[in-house]
Design a protein around this ligand. Structure first.
Ligand code: OGA
Ligand code: MN
Length: 324
């Protein structure tokens, strides 16, 4: 057996995020190292591992140390994908043959827009995702974009007024991928009624399991608070989103090297991609993600754990419903 590894966390921001050193990813990781990473992610919410150098298999193995993995929606639906593992989400701007998608590929360009708004992964499903682990396989040239933004939604919660905290305590909202995609790119799903498609229900705040803190779980998937008019709901969601997106809560991760990897806790932070116009159609950005299901007591939120379902979207994103 090797010696005990000393995992070191170097803070990246005054309230959250750390860079992790001291892990030798070329060796199987000990229980002790995994336990140190687990306590680091509880505290920091986002962990950056530079040059981890994992491949698809070791990426999956690392993620499995933190809980049951969620198959990608494509794998669950039996849709053929570029990458063989059902647990590796393909966020690359390449087609199934690995060729760079062209700028003229309007659908993939518009669809990527929703990812540029603040979210927590898989909140549009009935069982949420706790950890996301995103790995850079091939990055576009430096200076062409592709950085990922994180927001400290636990500190954002702490800073709300006590009246607001009290109001948020019981509120529940509908969450939809369709809403998120259309809100960011109004050419998609024109005229479709979001309530006729699957919606997950989540409270606006949850206790964070792993610390004694509370997390503001308001994302761009949330589109209607139960028991409020649409206007009241829009106004409150906007107020909370604007609050959490203030500069002081944000940390930007600049991807530096192929092999860099970032792990975050979706029940502690929000994140978003940034504008890809500097590399889309010009340079490959191949990043891949694994997702660990939440195994805690809020894993199913306000949804029925006996009735799991997988996201469904209208077939033609550009079709407009016609009057019967
Ligand atoms: C994700 C995500 C942002 C990015 O992987 O869940 O939102 O910068 N990624 O690719
Ligand atoms: Mn995401």
């Amino acid at each position: 057996m090797g010696s005990i590894s000393q995992v070191t966390f170097t803070p990246l921001h005054p309230t959250f995020g750390a860079q992790v050193t001291g892990i030798d990813f070329s060796q199987p990781l000990s229980k002790d190292v995994i336990a140190q990473v687990k306590s680091g992610i509880d505290h920091y919410g986002v962990l950056v591992f530079r040059n981890a150098g994992l491949d698809d298999d070791s990426h999956v193995a690392f993620a499995q140390s933190f809980g049951e993995l969620e198959p990608t929606p494509a794998a669950s639906l039996g849709v053929k994908t570029r990458l063989p593992s059902p647990y590796i989400g393909d966020l690359a701007n390449v087609d199934h043959q690995g060729n760079l998608k062209q700028y003229q590929d309007k659908l993939s360009r518009l669809f990527a827009k929703g990812n540029e708004t603040w979210h927590a992964d898989m909140q549009y499903h009935p069982r949420r995702c706790r950890y996301s682990i995103l790995r850079a396989v091939q990055l576009p040239p430096a200076g062409t974009g592709g950085e990922t933004l994180y927001a400290d939604s636990r500190t954002a919660y702490d800073d709300l007024s006590s009246e607001m905290k009290k109001q948020l305590d019981t509120l529940v909202a509908y969450c939809s991928l369709l809403h998120n995609r259309r809100d960011a790119a109004p050419e998609l799903y024109k005229g479709v009624d979001v309530m006729e498609w699957p919606n997950a229900k989540w409270k606006l705040v949850y206790p964070h399991e792993g610390t004694n803190r509370t997390n503001l779980y308001v994302t761009s998937y949330m589109h209607k608070i139960e028991g409020m008019s649409q206007q009241e709901s829009d106004q409150l969601l906007k107020q909370l989103r604007d609050h959490a997106a203030q500069e002081k809560y944000i940390h930007t991760v600049n991807w530096e090297n192929n092999g860099d990897m970032v792990m975050w806790d979706n029940t502690a932070v929000l994140h978003r991609a940034t504008d890809g116009s500097g590399y889309i159609g010009k340079h490959v950005r191949d990043v891949r993600r694994t997702s660990c299901f939440d195994t805690g007591k809020y894993a199913w939120g306000e949804n029925d754990s006996n009735n799991p379902w997988i996201i469904k979207l209208p077939k033609d994103p550009f079709a407009e419903p016609t009057a019967a």
